[in-house]
Design a protein around this ligand. Sequence first.
Ligand code: NAP
Ligand code: ZN
Length: 347
Amino acid sequence: MKSFGYAAQTKTSPLTPFHFDRREPGPTDVVVAIDYCGICHSDIHQVRDEWGGSMYPMVPGHEIVGHVTAVGASVTKFKPGDLAGVGVTVETCMACENCKAGAEPYCTKGMVGTYNAKTYEGDITYGGYADNIVAPEHYVHTISPKLDLAAVAPLLCAGITTYSPLRHWGVGPNKKVGVVGLGGLGHMGLKFAHSMGAHVVQFTTSENKIEDAKKLGADEVVISKDAAAMAKHASSFDFILDCVSAPHDINAYLGLLRLDGALCLVGLPDQPVATSPFALVTNRRSLSGSMIGGMKETQDMLDYCAEKNIVSEIELIGYDRLEEAYTRVVKGDVKYRFVLDGKTLNA
Ligand code: NAP
Ligand code: ZN
């Protein structure tokens, strides 16, 4: 199937228009015409090969929403014209215990990413900075028409990546929860934790985000460089979600956890994390991580958002502003997610 999008040809070249082929849709596949695609910091890490192993040409993008244009013979969930979303995962073994438990990102055979990955058959996957995508029905999600479609796009990665650990660690009323970093993931973590009834403290390095953080649901905002403000929260948090994209001192946050408190990393800086064992043994603290979320959980999250009227705060841009957007994301200068408008993609 013919596709057109934007690709990086090397780790240092700008993204440029790119014609490519996708597989012809099979019986279980859904073809989605892409209306909007979010820009995740993971796109930038991978385009620039910050995690190693990047494959080029690379068409990034795993926050995909659009409408269905064709379905395979055995597809039951979708028909042409339906709204649909595709996130970070497009293939898993469906047979291991993790897949069977609905934890597809932890598939023991390895999950296949929407781009910069190889399918089990050995084909390279291409993502959502493009006019269309083909994915098996299992990895395509139903989208409510009630929500602003462009602002739904980031839910497919930033949304589920923050929703999943908040649910896993039982965030709710009477829990004190911290969110570190007010970016694409962080602002969704903040909205979700607030909507779940927790007392939420937003940590940020950016003074110009304080007012926004309060509007998005923060009960308190702490400038993380302010040691005195940090010290006031020592040993008081049940759970902290770290959404930071660059290396930073996590011991400062471990020290804020109460007895049996947990710090979960979702941010993926390219450097190892240094921890003090003393910060962990004190209060029997846990340090953990979490990767996106399962397929059923992603649908649950989208349904929860439709019910609670939750979407991402976005800056909608044309493909002509892709490079500018990357530069601004790296500087932490986005409120709070860039979304590419498919209408500006002209083959
Ligand atoms: P983003 O929009 O760029 O947000 C990152 C935020 O981190 C910034 O807004 C900034 O917040 C803070 N920050 C940036 N540089 C910092 C520094 N040097 N020191 C302290 N804070 C800093 O990125 P994103 O799209 O939300 O992604 C965040 C991270 O999650 C990325 O590493 C991404 O690859 C990863 N990710 C992981 C998963 C997963 O499954 N685990 C899924 C998606 C993304 P303030 O201005 O508020 O300080
Ligand atoms: Zn992402």
